[in-house]
Design a protein around this ligand. Sequence first.
Ligand SMILES: Cc1cc2nc3c(=O)[nH]c(=O)nc-3n(C[C@H](O)[C@H](O)[C@H](O)COP(=O)(O)OP(=O)(O)OC[C@H]3O[C@@H](n4cnc5c(N)ncnc54)[C@H](O)[C@@H]3O)c2cc1C
Length: 337
Amino acid sequence: MQILQDISLKPFNTFGMDVHADYYTEITNLAQLREIAENTALPAKRFVLGGGSNVLLTHTLHGILLHNKIKGIEKEKEDEDHVWVKVGAGEVWHDFVMYAIANHWAGVENLALIPGTVGAAPIQNIGAYGVEAKEVIDHVTAWHWEMQKEVPYQNAECAFGYRDSIFKHQLKDKVFITSVTFRLHKKPNFNTSYGAIEQELQKMDIQEVSIAAIADAVIAIRSSKLPNPREIGNAGSFFKNPTIPIEQYDALKESFPAIPSYPVSETTVKVPAGWLIEQCGWKGFRAGDVGVHEKQALVLVNYGGATGGAVWDLSDNIVKTVHDKYGIELEREVQVW
Ligand SMILES: Cc1cc2nc3c(=O)[nH]c(=O)nc-3n(C[C@H](O)[C@H](O)[C@H](O)COP(=O)(O)OP(=O)(O)OC[C@H]3O[C@@H](n4cnc5c(N)ncnc54)[C@H](O)[C@@H]3O)c2cc1C
């Protein structure tokens, strides 16, 4: 295992922040995690990075950055309806989606083209187009730093929620996810009701819906809507869509009749953060190299030379203006280091 010092993480985060880590190494297997746990000469502070598509780096990382490259996809078992597939946490998420589709295994087609690694998918329970990763995760296996062994976390133990899981709370900084085992469907249950999928399928002149056609539609929609991090630094949605009590929503509707919402429960609704940010005049805002994307108010961007601090300050101003106008507190989806 090669441990490097004072490494720029610019190529490893989709915001393109030129932030350094004191120590850096790639992790390809479990034995290396054990070695790091036992090596007292290394810094105790550890950062785990996958595809770097959900992090904002604001300052030098004093510690060791563990870059997850654990690979491998293996069918573990199957029954009449399902197949259980164990996927190395360092596999690229979209490659796994394509692998599942090639094998006619359904369940992840709506999640095509989400950047990042398989190991990060359970952390914020990635979701798109009406589907969340929790629906197909059987269990997550993680190296536990204190126990010094791999521990399986069954789906029900993961406390999955909207862009949330136990890995953001009780298990934060305590584990390194090594693999995720998915339970995929042999008989697909198509989900085309969300967003523009139906419309896109018609545009593509698809006569018979299939998981491959849904993935193609999702890829086409995402490619036209979302800024490509290879062209402009970003981490996708910077904020979560806030959930508020229905009474608060009803009161807001009196002053802002156009305010949209999606039902969450009998007592709460979700309000699109992008709408709130846009209404505060931020869409397309630019100051130097930092800005709010011109088509997606939820996406903060680095036009080239922005610092993580400048993006953070912009996000802070957005939080304040949304709070002042609507009394709603936006929560950041991106992990800030
Ligand atoms: C253009 C764009 C579009 C996006 N669209 C969506 C979307 O539609 N839906 C959605 O949910 N997300 C979306 N995202 C966010 C992002 O793709 C997901 O959050 C993704 O799961 C992050 O994966 P990653 O490997 O890049 O994680 P990283 O950014 O590398 O890490 C994110 C967090 O997870 C931790 N972590 C990563 N791997 C491990 C591991 N193996 N063990 C323990 N901790 C780990 C890190 O320490 C960090 O705290 C988008 C991002 C971009 C740039």
